[in-house]
Write a protein that binds this ligand. Structure first.
Ligand code: SF4
Length: 190
């Protein structure tokens, strides 16, 4: 099946999707937010309670922390787009199951093709395992760039993990500054 699509078709596919059991308990399909021509795509694991209610990713406490860090690091709203590995909320915020991630992955691929970001930032272990490497170890491998077919990829702690454990705040902030540095480097190389 071709992954090529346009935004209208893509959004309509997501909104009507019932390919995995998360469709049974969701209130809204949470597709993404931000600039559709962004150079950076942030990817989290899945919507939480507030995201499910509002239909928008990263609007709860973790999203507010992410917004603050992005602003402090000097990013502009037009620099980034934010999405998740699964587009429907796992009940009680449990980790999305492998079969749910697999069912949803082609939507993320389509989103990537539509946006064509230069940088992918995985927020947390689940996204890093799904996108970068199934054996990814977030504590050991965060902050390290890899490149695949011209796209730079990196992982950092999920902002909700930072909220739970403030010792992660400093490394997460270092990662954010490094992502900003990389973005400027790529743009200067244009
Ligand atoms: S999580 Fe993804 S695959 Fe599952 S129902 Fe929602 S949109 Fe479809």
């Amino acid at each position: 099946m071709s992954l090529e699509t346009n935004w209208e078709e893509f959004e309509s596919m997501c909104l009507s999707c019932r390919k995995c059991p998360l469709a049974e308990t969701r209130h809204n399909v949470v597709i993404g937010k931000g600039s559709k021509t962004a150079d950076i795509m942030f990817i989290g694991e899945g919507p939480g309670e507030q995201e499910d209610i509002q239909g928008i990713p990263f609007v709860g406490a973790a999203g507010q922390l992410l917004d603050k860090m992005l602003l402090a690091a000097g990013f502009d709203d037009t620099d980034y787009y934010v999405a998740n590995v699964v587009k429907c909320r796992p009940p009680k915020n449990r980790d999305p199951l492998e079969e749910e991630q697999n069912a949803c992955m082609n939507y993320l691929r389509r989103q990537f093709i539509l946006i064509r970001p230069k940088i992918i930032v995985c927020l947390g272990r689940i996204a890093a395992k799904a996108v970068i490497n199934p054996d990814f170890k977030i504590t050991r491998e965060r902050g390290i760039w890899t490149e695949r077919k011209g796209t730079y990829m990196i992982a950092t702690f999920h902002p909700s993990a930072v909220l739970r454990d403030m010792t992660k705040k400093k490394p997460a902030w270092e990662d954010m500054k490094e992502i900003r540095r990389k973005l400027l480097e790529i743009r200067e190389g244009k």
